[in-house]
Design a protein around this ligand. Structure first.
Ligand code: F6P
Length: 343
């Protein structure tokens, strides 16, 4: 078969491992030709491609980022681009397209499949772990480890100065990274988008802890966390050019409020894109490899309109239509476990 492959949305560690797995099984087991489209949907419309074979992918397993490049955006945003995607299928004789992406990219994949019956298979990826239908996305484990390592380092400097460190982590509208890294890093408080916070309650926890003679507090705040109404000023909404809200910066608002209300010296650390960079963890390399192998098998089963997913420890297929436009919130039972250690 002639199989196209693209990576869309924000990058994450493990994308190259997926590409490698698709190509390895596609070429060696099925005798496929795999064509990589550069820069997500733009590359499909403009037919910017690179051929992918086992030889060209040597050494890619531990590499972060994506060798194909990636972009946000959708062909539905520009007149003519959807026709461009259809023409590429036709003219290049594509038998299938594997779309590796997050919520936005998978929603586009779903729509193209529904509107034109295009033979598409999705593969979920994101550090945010917020995709409905799969227990875990690759990239998440690596991001949690990076955030945990940072928190570990912050403990010693916070202790030396008897300070509060407010650490902002990514995750969009879900608190997965914050909850996992907060538990792993021994956070004093974890603030997540799913539960609006009251800064006075946060300060009470911090004060009580410092009165008990503890000299360091780490507040992990998810970028999407919001104060409960009327408890402190909330941030202005800023949008990127695709109309997605930009979430960075809640820690900058929160830290001065904590300092003013608790009297404790407070500093801010925004981990930002460092959480998406660098080599994938061993866990993510394995997960991404399983996703890739399952995706090429799904192509040969003609499982169009499905995405590969993991449930428990088993690879499954899940309808794109049931994940499109949704976002998976953090498991609140897990958050309750985290809250046992607050203070
Ligand atoms: O979805 C992954 C993610 O890293 C989010 O956690 C974050 O809000 C967003 O992407 C940042 O996007 P960008 O790379 O476009 O700044």
């Amino acid at each position: 078969m002639r199989v196209g492959l693209l990576t869309g949305g924000g990058d994450c560690p493990g994308l190259n491992a997926v590409i490698r797995a698709v190509v390895r099984k596609g070429e060696m087991v099925y005798g496929d030709e795999v064509i990589g489209f550069l820069d997500a949907w733009d590359g499909v419309v403009a037919r910017r491609t690179m051929s992918l074979d086992v030889r060209s992918l040597r050494g890619m397993l531990p590499r972060g980022g994506t060798l194909l490049g990636t972009k946000r955006g959708s062909p539905y945003d520009h007149p003519g681009d959807v026709d461009g995607v259809r023409a590429t299928f036709q003219d290049m004789g594509l038998d299938a397209l594997i779309v590796v992406g997050g919520n936005g990219t998978l929603s586009v994949a779903c729509k193209l499949h529904e509107d034109f019956s295009l033979p598409i298979i999705g593969v979920p990826k994101t550090i945010d772990n917020d995709i409905v239908g799969t227990d875990s996305t690759f990239g998440f484990n690596t991001a949690v480890q990076i955030a945990t390592d940072a928190i570990d380092r912050l403990h010693t400097t916070a202790e030396s100065h008897d300070r509060v460190m407010v650490v902002e982590v990514m995750g969009r509208h879900s608190g997965w990274i914050a909850t996992h890294a907060g538990i792993a890093g021994g956070a004093t408080v974890i603030l997540i988008p799913e539960e609006p916070f009251d800064v006075d309650e946060v300060c009470e926890i911090l004060r009580a802890r410092h009165e008990r003679g503890r000299y360091a507090s780490i507040v992990v705040v998810a970028e999407g966390a919001e104060p409960a109404e009327g408890t402190m000023p909330s941030r202005e909404k800023v949008y990127d050019k695709f109309g997605h809200v930009r979430l960075r910066g809640i820690a900058d608002l929160l830290a001065p409020e904590i300092e003013a209300r608790s009297g404790l010296e407070t500093r801010v650390v925004l981990l930002g894109h460092v959480q998406r960079g660098g080599t994938p963890s061993a866990f993510d390399r394995v997960l991404a490899t399983r996703y890739g192998v399952e995706a090429i098998d799904a192509v040969h089963d003609g499982a169009w309109g499905m995405m590969t997913a993991i449930e428990g420890n088993h690879m499954i297929r899940f309808p794109l239509a049931e994940t499109a436009g949704k976002s998976k919130p953090v498991d609140l039972d897990l958050y309750r476990v985290a809250s046992v250690f607050f203070g």
